[in-house]
Ligand binder design. Structure first.
Ligand code: Q9C
Ligand code: ZN
Length: 341
C-alpha cells in the first residue's frame, strides 16, 4: 500500500494536563518512528505534495485558521516563555460568543480543553499532516484502491474552530471534503479510534453528503465526555447520517466487532462511494490511556473486514499510545486489508 509520511511532525510535541499535572503529551514523535519501521518491509513510502490551503477553509473557519497560524507569535509577543501555549479559561457554557482579544482568552475560545497546546512548530506540523491527508486522497482519486497517511498530529477531535485532544486540523474531514469537491458522491467516514471523533461529527452534523460513523468508548466515562452518545444522529438534512456506537470500558473484540458489523451494514445501506477510515489503534489492550481489549491479531481481522466493504479507502492515522506496539497494530490493519480484498 502507498504510505504518505514526512519528518516535519518531529519537532511538534505538546504538553497536556494529566491528573492535575502538566506532562509531555502521550501523542509523541516516536509514534511515527515505530509505525514507519513496522510498515517498511511491505509498503511503499512517499512524501506529501505541498498543501493546497483552500481545502482547509472548506473545513475550518478563517478566524480559527488565522488564530492557529499566529498563536505562537502572539504567545511570545505577550511575554510568555513556556514552550507550550495553552488556555486556562473556557467558554464551557458561554455567556458571550465574542472571541476575546487577549492570547489567553483566544486560546480558551479556540480550544476544548487543556489536553494539548500550541508549540512553536505546531502550525507547521499540523499543515504538513493535512498535506499528507490531501496526498493520500489524491492518490485514491487517481485510482489507488487504498492509501494510508501517517498523519501527526492527529485530527478527529478538531472541530471547525477548536483544537483539542491532540488535534488541530481535522485530517479525515479534509480528506472527505476533498473527495466531495472533486466529484465523489456520498463519502463515508468510519472512525475506529478509541475516542469519539467529536470534531468530525461537528463538521458534518447537518450534512447528508458525508456520513460519520464512530465506534468508541462511551462518553459517560471517557474523553471527549460531551459528545458521542447513540442518540446524536445528525440534524436537519444530516439527520440519520451520524451514527455513534458508544461501548463500555473493557470492551473486547467480540462486542467491538459486532458494532463494526452493524456500522458497515449501515454505511453500505447509505450508498457511500468512498470510505475514509479514521484509524486509531488506541483500542489496543495495552494502550496506556484507554480501556478496550483489542489484540494485534484483532487488528488484522479489522483490516480484512474493511477490505470486504469493497470501496476505495483513504486511511488516516488518529490515536494509539502504546508506542512500541502501535506500529505492529497499524501494520496488522493494512496487511489484513491487502489480504482481505
Ligand atoms: N490527560 C486521540 O486519540 N485525554 N486523542 C487524555 C489524559 C485526551 C486522544 C487524558 C485524549 C485525546 C487522537
Ligand atoms: Zn483516540
Amino acid at each position: 500500500m502507498l504510505i504518505f509520511t514526512s519528518d516535519i511532525h518531529r519537532q511538534h510535541h505538546s504538553a497536556e494536563l494529566d491528573g492535575g499535572r502538566l506532562i509531555p503529551s502521550w501523542e509523541c514523535p516516536e509514534r511515527v518512528d515505530v509505525t514507519e519501521a513496522a510498515l517498511s518491509d511491505a509498503h511503499e513510502f512517499r512524501l506529501p505534495n505541498k498543501l493546497s490551503y483552500s481545502i482547509l477553509e472548506r473545513v475550518h473557519t478563517p478566524q480559527y485558521l488565522d488564530f492557529l497560524a499566529n498563536a505562537w507569535t502572539r504567545w511570545v509577543d505577550s511575554g510568555k516563555t513556556a514552550p507550550t501555549a495553552m488556555g486556562f479559561c473556557w467558554p464551557a457554557r458561554p455567556l458571550s460568543e465574542k472571541p476575546p482579544n487577549s492570547i489567553d482568552g483566544a486560546l480558551g475560545y479556540y480550544s476544548s480543553g487543556a489536553d494539548c497546546g500550541i508549540t512553536k512548530v505546531t502550525w507547521r506540523a499540523a499543515t504538513e499532516s493535512a498535506a499528507i491527508a490531501q496526498s493520500v486522497t489524491t492518490s485514491v482519486l487517481g485510482g489507488e484502491r487504498a492509501a494510508f497517511g501517517l498523519c501527526r498530529p492527529p485530527g478527529h477531535h478538531a472541530t471547525s474552530d477548536q483544537f483539542g485532544g491532540y488535534c488541530y486540523l481535522n485530517n479525515a474531514a479534509i480528506a472527505a471534503q476533498q473527495l466531495r469537491d472533486t466529484g465523489t458522491g456520498r463519502v463515508g467516514i468510519l472512525d475506529i479510534d478509541y475516542h469519539h471523533g467529536n470534531g468530525t461529527q461537528q463538521i458534518f452534523y447537518a450534512r447528508d453528503d458525508v456520513v460519520f460513523c464512530s465506534i468508541h468508548a462511551d462518553p459517560t466515562f471517557e474523553f471527549p465526555y460531551f459528545s458521542g452518545h447513540a442518540d446524536e444522529r445528525g440534524v436537519g438534512p444530516g439527520e440519520g447520517f451520524n451514527l455513534n456506537y458508544p461501548l463500555p470500558a473493557g470492551t473486547g473484540f467480540g462486542s467491538w466487532s459486532g458494532a463494526l458489523q452493524d456500522a458497515v451494514a449501515q454505511l453500505t445501506g447509505l450508498d457511500v462511494e468512498v470510505l475514509v477510515v479514521s484509524l486509531g489503534v488506541d483500542t489496543f489492550e495495552d494502550d496506556p490511556i484507554s480501556s478496550f481489549g483489542l489484540t494485534t491479531p484483532d487488528f488484522g481481522e479489522i483490516g480484512r473486514r474493511l477490505a470486504q466493504i469493497n470501496l476505495p479507502t483513504v486511511f488516516i492515522l488518529e490515536g494509539g499510545y502504546a508506542v512500541e506496539a502501535m506500529g505492529g497494530n497499524v501494520a496488522a490493519v493494512l496487511n489484513g486489508f491487502e489480504q482481505g480484498g
